[in-house]
Design a protein. Structure first.
Ligand SMILES: O=C(O)CCC(=O)C(=O)O
Length: 293
């Protein structure tokens, strides 16, 4: 969930910081995995395949509770990558994204007393970001901009949020954002997870395919499902020729366990209905035999 103050802040700025989401032990663990696989060292790097822990992090309960407010009950995971910068990296300053970009995958809207987002990104900071260090920058409020204009990174309204290692920054891709070269002695390393409403995909969904079989919890499985309107899944049955009912999966998937329950109930219901049909057919055959003899 998000408090009213948090919603107000996110609505005003287009991003929000949650403090101390990852413990020092978790940060050590992440860095050890990345270092031992020699996966870091690049401006953008892949890490998701390195350890099942990264699937657990995808389904972090505190993060999901916030994302449910931003993306609705059927949210899905889209893709993830890491970023690393040192003060010798040659990283061009950049600002990009903004409202209604990327074939409308980036949007922010508030209607019917509810926040609605397209793609949303979660940045886990693995080191402190002090004022002026560089890294993530954005133009607060630009997710609601009405004038088509892409400011330069030295635009006076650009901010470079300060973070502590373990903090989580969530932003809507409708926000104009980007990077500034890194100035601090200590290198910058972040993990970035992207999420979307259930029916929206940004990254080609083949990206998620290798991880589906590795998902170890119902919530992880739900997050990795291909994009579609949440309740319309493969259980959608039109074999009886009737117009499909959109209530086949009526309960929302997570973070509660109810989806497992509803799927099990649905499976039992289908099997029972099938057996009942077979029994009925058998009885009719029997009846024919009795009355024709
Ligand atoms: O954190 C950064 O340096 C920039 C991240 C970014 O631009 C993005 O994920 O689209």
């Amino acid at each position: 969930m998000m408090t009213t103050e948090e919603m107000y802040e996110f609505d005003l700025n287009g991003y929000i910081v949650y403090r101390n989401v990852l413990s020092p032990e978790e940060i050590d663990k992440i860095n050890t995995i990345i270092d031992s696989a020699e996966a870091g060292g690049k401006r953008k790097f892949s890490f998701f395949h390195l350890d099942p822990y990264f699937l657990d992090l995808m389904a972090h309960p505190q993060t999901l509770a916030v994302l449910k407010v931003m993306l609705g009950d059927w949210l899905r995971f889209d893709h993830a990558f890491g970023m690393e910068m040192s003060n010798t990296s040659r990283i061009p300053e950049d600002l990009h994204a903004g409202p209604l970009q990327e074939q409308l995958a980036f949007f922010y809207q508030w209607s019917q007393n509810q926040m609605r987002n397209g793609l949303v990104k979660v940045i886990y900071a693995l080191n402190d970001v002090n004022p002026g260090d560089g890294g993530f920058i954005c133009v607060p409020g630009s997710h609601k901009a009405n004038v088509k204009y892409m400011p330069k990174p030295d635009f006076p309204l650009v901010v470079n949020p300060t973070l502590k290692a373990g903090d989580m920054l969530i932003f809507t891709e409708a926000l104009v954002h980007g990077s500034k070269p890194w100035k601090a002695e200590q290198r910058r390393r972040v993990l970035i997870y992207s999420y979307a409403p259930g029916c929206l995909v940004w990254m080609n969904n083949d990206w998620c395919e290798p991880y589906r079989s590795l998902a170890s919890t119902p919530v992880q499985k739900e997050l990795l499902r291909p994009p579609h309107v949440g309740y319309c899944d493969q259980n959608f049955d039109i074999s009886d020729g009737r117009f499909p009912r959109a209530s086949i999966r009526s309960s929302v998937p997570f973070p509660k366990d109810e989806v497992v329950h509803s799927r099990e109930v649905e499976d039992v219901y289908k099997k029972t209905r099938h057996s009942a049909r077979l029994l009925l057919n058998g009885l009719q055959e029997l009846r024919k035999l009795i009355f024709s003899s």
